[in-house]
Design a protein around this ligand. Structure first.
Ligand SMILES: [Zn+2]
Length: 311
């Protein structure tokens, strides 16, 4: 069934790019209303921005959504991944600035806040997007594919010419509850020379070793090191889960990508929705027959911890 949050939960922190301190509040929302941002600091224009794939206006450094009035919210991807992991279908997300706080650079602080507040079960089944036909986008050596398959799998391979990263991969099934614990705490990362160039352009102003892994020419600058040997690939899975959740629901099928980024993640959704015969909506219930499971309707889509706190 669909879920919203049981009660409002708030977090605050700096934006990675703006450096501005913002307060984010996740509030309960009506059944089948989806995920929407409300910019509470904007009163002279429409301040509601749907968190949907067709509202994405920029993917160069992070995923930015905007409405027709040009009111935008940036760096939504780690929050969207947290909402996907917790199975939140409907929420109003209030924000008093242009960028979601970066927190520790992962999804963990958002997940903790959502699960602390608890989830509320709603009266309609979850609506998922089932992939019927493979859709692929390419850009040089970057590839992103959505294809039919059981579960909601994400598999990513990256290859950076840096000795601390190199070639690495990560793979999960969202319907297997793999996200929390395996992917949720993987932090965003950047290279020192890029961070310096971004700062010179007035970007990455909130970035620090507190909210990102930073690499210099040949080492990791964070004194605490990595949270997992393949934390970089894990974070790319986290980004993809967040970027694809704004399809409007969970994906039933397999996402596979080589060297993806926010742009490829959004382009593959646009390619999918351009082809009406490549996908269909399906309802997800918590209690599936074996026939439904083999047809791609997969069992628990909300982590057990969250289900327990919802009652
Ligand atoms: Zn990220």
């Amino acid at each position: 069934m669909q879920h919203t949050v049981q009660k409002s939960v708030s977090l605050s922190g700096v934006g990675l790019h703006s450096g501005a301190e913002t307060i984010l509040t996740i509030k309960p929302a009506d059944v089948s209303s989806g995920l929407r941002f409300v910019r509470v600091d904007v009163s002279d224009k429409n301040n509601v921005i749907p968190a949907k794939w067709d509202h994405v206006v920029d993917t160069r450094l992070c995923t930015v959504v905007a409405n027709k009035d040009g009111v935008s919210v940036g760096t939504i991807e780690h929050l969207m991944a947290a909402l996907a992991a917790c199975g939140v279908d409907n929420a109003v997300i209030e924000l008093d600035g242009p960028e979601v706080p970066i927190m520790d650079g992962s999804s963990e602080p958002f997940i903790e806040a959502i699960l602390d507040g608890g989830l509320k079960t709603q009266t309609a089944p979850r609506r998922a997007i089932k992939i019927l036909k493979a859709v692929e986008v390419r850009d040089g050596d970057k590839v992103a594919v959505l294809k039919p398959g059981i579960g909601s799998r994400y598999k990513i391979e990256i290859d950076f010419p840096h000795k601390e990263i190199g070639r690495q991969s990560a793979e999960i099934d969202m319907f297997g509850g793999d996200f929390i614990g395996q992917i949720s705490d993987a932090r965003t990362f950047g290279f020192l020379h890029e961070v310096n160039a971004l700062r010179a352009m007035g970007l990455a102003l909130g970035g620090s070793l507190e909210n990102a892994i930073v690499l210099d020419t040949d080492s990791i600058m964070n004194p605490e090191g990595l949270r997992a040997p393949n934390e970089f690939a894990r974070h790319k899975v986290l980004d993809a889960v967040g970027d694809l959740y704004i399809a409007g629901g969970p994906i039933v099928g397999h996402f596979e990508a080589v060297k993806p980024g926010h742009n490829m993640n959004n382009l593959v959704l646009r390619a999918l929705f351009d082809q009406p015969d490549a996908w269909t909506y399906v309802d997800l219930y918590m209690d599936h027959t074996p026939e439904q499971v083999s047809a791609g309707y997969v069992a628990p889509v909300v982590p057990m911890r969250a289900v327990a706190s919802a009652s």
